[in-house]
Write a protein that binds this ligand. Structure first.
Ligand SMILES: NC(=O)c1ccc[n+]([C@@H]2O[C@H](COP(=O)([O-])OP(=O)(O)OC[C@H]3O[C@@H](n4cnc5c(N)ncnc54)[C@H](OP(=O)(O)O)[C@@H]3O)[C@@H](O)[C@H]2O)c1
Length: 294
């Protein structure tokens, strides 16, 4: 590593990149955020915490190469894709960032990929990450793949449990007996930060980041236990999903559940990785208003 160089972060104003910045700052690292809108509230909030801002435009490679000059390491994620056009855009963004890192001769690149992206799985917004991983491998750069499972934070938003007639209810398009691999975004940040700072290494240059893998009934029970209430899980059909990409993803979740996660590999990097019960406690989650009684 070059002495006291910065760690560059793409996506710092978002969820995962934000968690990486939090973990890096907690370890007193110098952080440079590559942002498209330095004047945005989120970018300015980073600047107020001591993060350097570098303005980049993906379609202006010189801006990205300049932002990566003399950094010790570079973390990047790629934006959400909801359709096939956005999947191609995601690959374009990822490949452009890899090319810029190669041009700037960055010593170590950490790519925030996704669970299972070591191969093509038929899930378009995961296969995009596999293509970026392959591009990164071919670049000759020293690279580490951080492959997170589903975010536990989804249970605070799109998959939030409800309270119905005094019972906590969790519904997902996943059969009762299928474990769902999941991790907290905070832990993705901690794992990536340890790899960026070189305080941890992972065998084979990749780590599947999972903190827990409970089935639907166990997920419901974890929320119920926290609230001191009974719980119920209801498996929904795949047809409830908003698009084909998510349908392919939930099919893949069921397939990948056949091989258990390597929790020991994650704990070797982040010993305190949260399981679902720990994540629920850490958020201070409380049961929502009762639908049946409101
Ligand atoms: N949801 C899950 O359970 C899950 C699990 C594993 C992996 N993933 C993957 O995680 C990714 C999403 O991560 P996230 O939730 O951390 O994203 P996010 O919160 O939506 O943040 C996206 C970040 O990317 C930046 N960005 C997007 N396009 C840009 C561009 N053209 N130039 C510069 N910056 C750009 C945004 O900056 P601005 O502030 O300027 O917008 C923001 O910082 C997706 O690829 C998804 O497939 C999701």
């Amino acid at each position: 590593m070059r002495d006291n160089g910065a760690i560059a972060v793409f996506g710092a104003t978002g969820q995962q990149g934000g968690a990486v910045v939090d973990a890096l700052l907690a370890r007193r690292a110098r952080v440079r955020a590559l942002v498209r809108t330095p004047e945005s509230d989120r970018a300015q909030a980073l600047a107020a915490r001591g993060v350097e801002l570098a303005a980049v435009r993906i379609d202006d490679p010189a801006s990205t190469v300049a932002a990566l000059e003399a950094v010790d390491a570079f973390y990047f994620m790629t934006p959400e894709a909801d359709n096939l056009e956005e999947v191609e855009e995601e690959v374009r963004v990822g490949a452009a960032l890899v090319d810029a890192a190669a041009a700037a001769r960055v010593p170590h690149v950490v790519f925030n990929s996704v669970f299972g992206a070591d191969r093509f799985t038929g899930v378009p917004h995961h296969d995009s990450k596999h293509r970026i991983e392959e591009h990164l491998k071919k670049s000759g750069l020293r690279a580490t793949m951080v492959r997170p499972a589903a975010f536990m934070e989804n249970f605070a938003t799109v998959m939030a449990p409800s309270l119905e007639d005094g019972t906590i209810v969790v519904r997902m398009p996943l059969p009762d007996d299928v474990p769902l691999k999941m991790v907290s975004i905070k832990d993705i940040g901690r794992v990536a930060a340890a790899l960026l700072l070189g305080t941890a290494d992972v065998p084979g240059g990749a780590v599947e980041v999972v903190g827990d893998e409970p089935t639907g009934p166990r997920i419901a029970a974890a929320f119920g236990a926290h609230a001191g209430l009974p719980s119920r899980y209801e498996a929904l059909p795949l047809s409830v999903l908003r698009n084909d990409l998510d349908e392919a993803m939930f099919r893949q979740f069921a397939e990948s559940s056949e091989s258990p996660a390597d929790l020991a590999a994650v704990k070797a990097v982040e010993p305190d990785v949260l399981d679902l019960a720990g994540w629920i406690r850490s958020t201070g989650w409380t049961a929502p208003a009762d639908r049946a009684r409101s």
